[in-house]
Design a protein around this ligand. Structure first.
Ligand SMILES: Nc1ncnc2c1ncn2[C@@H]1O[C@H](COP(=O)(O)OP(=O)(O)O)[C@@H](O)[C@H]1O
Ligand SMILES: [Mg+2]
Length: 350
């Protein structure tokens, strides 16, 4: 470990999943989770996709009195509605054609334990009614069944939608919403808790990159990026970088281009341009640079991105948000006779 490596954050483990909470807001969230875990109340976990809602759900189970009982999770978005129903409630033999044996549902399987309903906002209204009934009375019927099933299940639910808005729009039942949200945990997006970025990156690197280290520029790029895909995007980026990296150290070029594209460290040319824009705007001579400011800016950006993608034009076009046809037309205009494959990356002018 190098001198500059950060002190590793404590690593928690919930049902085989390793997690770190470093930022003040996540430490506070984790405290709340441990308190909420002791009760049997339903918890609604809210947050953007990839922030760690499932991690929170697992932590709630892990710290509860049900920790040694079943943990069952299901995504309400992954299955068609009729399958969600038979998954949740199970069916009796002959309930529908093809049901030649009885099948217990997830509620049966979670008896005594915890059932985590992911993407609860996707649950169709008809099933919302059935779910409310289980929540209120602990009872349900299997599909095609006449026997009332009794279960003791703690429900946790997660959503990346604004459920209150869904209620207003009539897509989600108000009574179920209140029943699910007895307690609430909001998991903030990663961009609002930069303190977590490096700790998470270290965790994922340790898992996938063996003992490779991060180049300082990599750390900076990770801190610069806004992570629209949150922790999931960070995990994937670190995994990809660890797999791509050839040496002992993970370098900037090993990171996915989508991560480095916005990093100021990668765009010295643009920074220089920004300075000349400022200089031009602050009076003095209005003599335009050769080709004009806008054209120069565009050219700089294009070459920066190309350098980052190692001359890969299709990738560069995607990052720039233009078609590869447009990109090669622009390149030909800048440098007539430019080879289609592009020049070696280091030879791009700025
Ligand atoms: N605090 C954390 N520590 C470690 N890994 C995390 C943390 N938060 C999220 N992850 C990881 O990020 C990925 C996405 O998390 P997940 O809980 O599935 O997000 P969500 O359910 O909000 O979409 C998973 O691989 C998860 O293990
Ligand atoms: Mg999830």
């Amino acid at each position: 470990m190098s001198m500059s490596a950060p002190v590793p954050a404590p690593v928690y483990e919930f049902l085989g999943l390793r997690a770190v909470f470093t930022s003040p807001v996540m430490l506070a969230t984790f405290e709340r989770v441990r308190r909420f875990a002791r009760s049997d109340a339903t918890v609604l976990i809210e947050g953007e996709s990839g922030v760690g809602k499932e991690v929170v759900a697992r932590a709630l189970h892990h710290h509860s009195a049900r920790a040694n009982r079943a943990w069952v999770d299901v995504s309400c978005a992954a299955l068609p509605d009729n399958l969600v129903e038979s998954e949740l409630f199970g069916y009796e033999r002959g309930a529908f054609s093809g049901a030649d044996t009885r099948k217990p549902g997830l509620f049966d399987m979670a008896d005594g334990g915890t059932l985590f309903l992911d993407e609860i906002g996707e649950l169709e209204v008809r099933l919302q009614v059935k779910l409310l009934r289980v929540l209120d009375y602990g009872e349900f019927f299997r599909l095609g069944g006449t026997r009332k099933m009794k279960v003791d299940v703690r429900i946790l639910a997660a959503t990346n939608q604004d459920l209150e808005q869904a209620v207003e729009q009539g897509r989600f039942r108000k009574d179920l919403y209140h029943r699910l949200a007895q307690l609430r945990v909001l998991v903030p997006p990663l961009r609002d808790r930069p303190e977590d970025v490096l700790a998470l990156a270290e965790l994922f690197r340790g898992k996938h990159g063996l003992d490779k280290t991060f180049a300082p520029a990599v750390r900076e790029a990770l801190l610069q990026h806004s992570w629209p895909g949150n922790v999931r995007e960070l995990r994937n980026a670190v995994m990809a970088a660890a797999a791509t990296s050839a040496g002992e150290r993970i370098e900037l070029c090993d990171l996915p281009a989508s991560v480095t594209a916005g990093s100021s460290g990668m765009l010295p040319g643009l920074r220089r341009l920004a300075q000349s824009v400022e200089a031009a705007g602050s009076g003095g001579d209005d003599e335009p640079a050769e080709g004009g400011l806008l054209e120069n800016a565009e050219r700089s950006l294009i070459f920066q991105v190309l350098r980052q993608t190692n001359g890969h034009q299709e990738k560069a076009a995607r990052i720039l948000g233009i078609s590869s046809r447009t990109l090669s037309r622009k390149l030909r205009a800048y440098r007539p006779g430019l080879d289609e494959a592009g020049p070696p990356p280091e030879s791009f002018p700025l």
